[in-house]
Design a protein around this ligand. Sequence first.
Ligand SMILES: [Zn+2]
Length: 254
Amino acid sequence: MDAVRDAAAEQFTSAGGMPRYELAEWHVEYGVVAGITARDGELDFNLGPGPPDSTAMARWQSLPGGVGSGFSGVVVGRQTHGTGLGTHKRCSGRVLIRESLDGHLTSEPGLLLAVTVADCVPIYLLEPRSTTMALLHAGWRGIAAGILEAGVQHLCELAKVPPSDLVMHCGVGICGSCYEVGPEVFEAVRGQRPKGLAQLDLREDLAARARGVGLRCITLSPWCSCHDGERFFSHRRSGGTDGRMVAYLGRPAA
Ligand SMILES: [Zn+2]
């Protein structure tokens, strides 16, 4: 049995004035919202980079309500391409900035986990029965450092389940065709050193790693942040000047 299949693409919605793509499948099957904000002309929802100004802060404050009713807080960390993980209880009506966290876990309804991305891959992990969840930020450095393996281990401990009980989605990120890297980057992720520049598909690598630690239900987004540029922000396509999307995951409170 093939463990990996393409998910139905995240579907566009701009309900509440916030342009975003969400996994309808996860909403219907598991009762969670799993999505990512987007650019869409006038509804551009850029959340960085750089220090948060008043517009960005207002957008952060609007995020929990923007994805639907039942959310009262959002948590995001300062991302360092490391493996720092935080487990969060409910926070209300405010943005909680934590230090040096590239991944977040919770089992609390009403709290949105968030990571910012612009080519890096947001990894959505869920234990469906208890709706215990994790959201990870994974670029090549984080993947090489073991962010996926750390996130799976922590989530399994929190939910008290084996990895085979988890479902995983690798969201909007740069595709292998658009991501040419030097031999040292390729080697850091794959463990083999190519002779020169090589194409690296981060989601493919994440799926292989996930299978390696026992996950069986894995889906990959078909969207590319770089070549689907009218929809998403891309660090590579813009030469580092572009904005950031926010990937989010949460279960609404009843
Ligand atoms: Zn691409």
